[in-house]
Design a protein. Structure first.
Length: 169
């Protein structure tokens, strides 16, 4: 099973436990499953670095920048998990623009875009964004053509994955 990890799911590898209930041990359990193949967007590395740098500068977390760099190195070389380079997928830029038209965060848009094209499941904490996109006819039609079995896993992944095309309000 190909699982696309939203950036938030990678934070525990730089020793930041996120408040939504996702821990480093849960991530390590997921990536050790025999049927697992993990994917993430290379922009996630940049997103993580910038968010953590901001928290360090504001003294909101006690972490050294060298620890962040070490954690990013860990992410980059996780076994059975690989990054996808966003610029290799510009062949269908109009759909990215459609996603961007409905959500202002470019990295979120690219993650969803890459996940639909390359994975079975996207795991994310952003329920609102996904439910909004689910209600956009052009996006639903695109997902139906590109990956009709595409599913979403939310939060700590304790709940079952939900098919994107069957999400309900």
């Amino acid at each position: 099973m190909k699982i696309f990890l939203d950036s938030t799911y990678l934070f525990p590898l730089i020793e930041i436990e996120i408040t939504e209930g996702w821990t480093k041990s849960q991530l390590l359990d997921l990536i050790s499953k025999p049927d697992y193949q993990g994917l993430y967007c290379d922009l996630s590395i940049f997103e993580i670095f910038t968010k953590v740098s901001k928290l360090i500068n504001k003294h909101q977390i006690k972490l050294e920048i060298d620890d962040v760099v070490c954690g990013i190195h860990t992410i980059r070389y996780m076994p059975k998990t690989r990054p996808l380079k966003w610029y290799n997928y510009l062949f269908e830029a109009p759909m990215f623009l459609e996603l961007k038209n409905h959500h202002s965060d470019s990295i979120d848009c690219m993650i969803f875009y890459l996940a639909v094209l390359n994975s079975d499941t996207l795991v994310t904490f952003n329920r609102r964004m996904i439910k909004h996109w689910k209600n956009v006819d052009k996006i639903r039609k695109w997902v139906k053509v590109m990956n009709p079995g595409f599913s979403i896993g939310f939060d700590s992944l304790k709940d079952a994955k939900v098919l994107f095309l069957e999400l309900i309000e």
